[in-house]
Ligand binder design. Structure first.
Ligand code: PLP
Length: 371
């Protein structure tokens, strides 16, 4: 903990020292050794200029083929500064000002902020009570998004933040058929894809039947804790390659050469580290379920299939719309506020499980003590 508290990133600097931070999606892990080595060598060489070449795309292609049996043509990829900028730039390619972007709340809050800042309209299609995509709701949202013959996009979160839902191939095939019917372009945020836990399997959206004209945005930043080393990739399905080719050159200028090097090393040589991480996260989701059953039995938790996030339904505690405010104030534990995640977020909190079992145990103890 003393070492973690020396970190200067958002997780460790937003709150005073007596607060235990389990909010923003950063992990309490040491850097993967192959990534640390690549960065150290780069710095020793003074190799700190601009990025060049397709090394990141090639590293992702080899990881994707090995882990997901997905063949990515590197000629259908674009280097971007990070996942959110990649999403915004793709939305610029396939929608115009005032067009709608469909999202599935509760969902990663920046989806709202970035889409609105771009001058697009959010149309919500809430997840079902089981945290899964609801095709009837999605059909209604697609209908309203495209009313009057307007262009529209669907920003899918796959796996889903904050619920950790991993969409199945069958679900995604139904989504693709629906998107085709309404001529909606799908942008799939797959930043959490390497973090799918035992028992579930990631399906890259552009690999799904009927989804050739879609885009996926991927990065090593979540799974290897590299958010401070900016880089990400957009991958177009074959039917979206021409659109991606229209992405202007200045977009990739924002990616960091150090980011590209770190992400490539993670994807190429960080497989063992990732597997150890996944085993730990699998243990933590079980530990959390046990801790909640013991100390906070009124909180409802459906263990995540992927990601290191836990979406906790605290409505039975009677703490109002924003229980995170109470846990922070009285328990000195920082979680994410449910209402920030859109419709369905009230009365919920998001808890980051990417920490040690000791910290996780202490966090739940503090939450219980806050009641
Ligand atoms: C679903 C999702 N998309 C995007 C991001 C942010 O990615 P980036 O920092 O590459 O923009 C996050 C970060 O937690 C996320 O959970």
């Amino acid at each position: 903990m003393a070492e973690l508290r020396r970190r200067t990133s958002a997780k460790w600097r937003a709150h005073p020292e007596d607060v235990l931070p389990l909010w923003v999606a950063e992990m309490d892990v040491p850097l993967a050794e192959p990534v640390a080595r690549a960065l150290t060598e780069t710095v020793a060489l003074g190799d700190t200029g601009y990025p060049a070449g397709t090394g990141y795309a090639e590293a992702l292609a080899s990881f994707a083929e090995e882990r997901w049996d997905w063949r990515i043509g590197t000629e259908r990829t674009a280097l971007v500064p990070d996942v959110m900028v990649g999403i915004v730039e793709v939305l610029k390619l396939v929608t115009g000002p005032g067009d709608a972007v469909v999202v599935n709340p509760p969902v990663y809050p920046p989806f709202y902020a970035f889409v609105e800042h771009l001058g697009r309209r959010i149309v919500e299609a809430p997840l079902g009570a089981d945290h899964r995509l609801d095709l009837r709701t999605l059909r209604g949202a697609f209908g309203s998004a495209t009313a009057g013959g307007r262009r529209a996009a669907y920003l899918l979160c796959s796996p889903h933040n904050p619920t950790g839902t991993v969409h199945t191939r069958a679900e995604l095939e139904r989504v693709a058929a629906l998107a085709g019917e309404y001529r909606i372009r799908v942008v799939s945020d797959e930043i959490h894809a390497p973090l799918v836990l035992p028992g579930a399997e990631h399906t890259p959206y552009p690999s799904v039947r009927g989804a050739s004209d879609s885009f996926a945005v991927l990065s090593a930043s979540k799974a290897w804790n590299l958010a401070g080393l900016k880089a990400a990739l957009v991958v177009a399905g074959p039917g979206a390659a021409e659109d991606l080719a229209r992405m202007p050159e200045e977009v990739w200028h924002g990616a960091s050469h150090l980011g590209v090097i770190a992400h490539s090393a993670a994807l190429r040589h960080g497989g063992d580290w990732l597997d150890a991480l996944l085993a730990g996260l699998d243990g933590n989701r079980r530990l959390l379920a046990g801790l909640l059953a013991e100390h906070l039995p009124a909180v409802r938790y459906r263990p995540a299939q992927g990601t290191y996030l836990a979406w906790l339904d605290c409505r039975a505690l009677g703490l109002g719309d924003d229980p995170a405010a109470v846990f922070l104030e009285r328990g000195r534990v920082a979680l994410n506020s449910g209402p920030d995640f859109g419709t369905g977020g009230a009365g919920h909190v998001r808890l980051n499980t990417a920490t040690s079992p000791e910290v996780l145990t202490e966090a739940v103890r503090r939450m219980a003590a806050a009641l």
